[in-house]
Design a protein around this ligand. Structure first.
Ligand SMILES: Cc1cc2nc3c(=O)[nH]c(=O)nc-3n(C[C@H](O)[C@H](O)[C@H](O)COP(=O)(O)OP(=O)(O)OC[C@H]3O[C@@H](n4cnc5c(N)ncnc54)[C@H](O)[C@@H]3O)c2cc1C
Length: 308
């Protein structure tokens, strides 16, 4: 059966673009569906990415797309994939152009989902506005930039305890802000006290930031203000795209797309890489996942083309 492409890559972030590079170098016919900005678009810089430490997220991806240009079997299209179904041993996907909404249907022998996740922030004024600058999700990504400064860590229970203890390696001035009852066990309170981390359990009403989106202070229900340079939190997240679930692919209890050690989902021929899969979420790891998935996809296509 003829397919338009060997591989359809859905998502053009670090995972998707790296997979496209590897598959282009394998002379594979590839379509990269670029549905819009990446998860970290609000961040001023991607940190910890070898040779690109601190690069703007949009610039990293611009370079990634630019370096695909020599590989003329790779096409990158502004295309949001809305439906994905199995067709024979391959897939049929339909999407809409991000430029003019025109519908496009393509077929491919394999699909790589590199669609990432979305973060769900507390519905309080300031969180969304300061996201990526004064409100941070990961000390590995941003801890160095706010080292030694007064910091808040937002959340409850075990999650906030673990994050506050982790962040205390970057600053010795930390307040845990629980926004209501903190649900902290006596042991958690003792561990926080030992690191001189105080706990504020008053409800939060909003965050105040500067024009440059730095955090200035946390405002509590009684009107009092706590001056802080940044606030960390572990935001819940969900899959950016329902395509895997729509095909009946298995999800983990945390909502990630389950993959085998070969990065294949529970749907044969459907692979996944990057934040959409379980594990530590970093741009470099997403790129590595895209590279690995591309190699495994190329080997699976080669086995199909060169039967025993
Ligand atoms: C605020 C913030 C700051 C961060 N800072 C750092 C940092 O400093 N260093 C670091 O290593 N990591 C950082 N991260 C984590 C990093 O952003 C992710 O690990 C990385 O972006 C994951 O890459 P990905 O390709 O898996 O997903 P993404 O980069 O999110 O890319 C997924 C792409 O898929 C597209 N897409 C989704 N659905 C569809 C669809 N149906 N059709 C077509 N396209 C679709 C999306 O538009 C998006 O472009 C940060 C994250 C956040 C939230």
């Amino acid at each position: 059966m003829h397919h338009d492409y060997d591989v359809l890559i859905i998502g053009a972030g670090s995972a998707g673009l790296t997979a496209a590079l590897t598959l282009g170098r394998c002379l594979r016919r590839v379509l990269v569906a670029d549905g819009g900005p990446p998860r970290n678009e609000c961040s001023p810089g991607v940190h910890g990415f070898l040779t690109r430490d601190g690069i703007r997220p949009a610039e990293l991806l611009r370079l990634g797309r630019e370096q695909l240009r020599p590989y003329d079997t790779v096409e990158v299209a502004g295309l949001r994939i809305d439906s994905l179904i199995r067709q024979g041993r391959g897939f049929c996907a339909t999407g809409s152009s991000t430029a003019d909404d025109a519908s496009r249907t393509v077929t491919a022998r394999r699909v790589l989902l590199a669609t990432g996740v979305s973060d769900v922030l507390p519905p309080l004024p300031g969180f969304r506005e300061l996201w990526g600058r004064g409100v941070l999700h990961c000390p590995y990504c941003h801890g160095w930039e706010v080292r030694g400064q007064p910091l808040a860590v937002y959340g409850r229970g075990r999650t906030v305890t673990g994050l506050a203890l982790l962040v205390s390696r970057w600053s010795r001035d930390i307040v845990v802000v629980t926004d209501g009852a903190g649900h902290l066990t006596p042991n958690a309170r003792r561990r926080l006290r030992r690191e001189k981390i105080s706990v504020e359990e008053q409800p939060v009403t909003r965050l105040i930031g500067s024009a440059s989106r730095d955090l200035r202070c946390v405002v509590f229900a009684d009107g009092s203000q706590l001056e802080r340079a940044a606030l960390f939190l572990h935001a819940p997240q969900h899959q950016r795209s329902p395509l895997a679930a729509g095909l009946g692919a298995r999800l983990t209890s945390k909502g990630a797309v389950w993959v085998s050690s070969g990065l294949q989902t529970s749907v044969p021929g459907l692979y996944a890489a990057g934040d959409t899969t379980p594990g530590t979420q970093q741009a470099l790891l997403a790129a590595a996942g895209g590279n690995k998935a591309a190699i495994l996809i190329n080997e699976s296509l080669t086995r199909e083309e060169c039967p025993r």
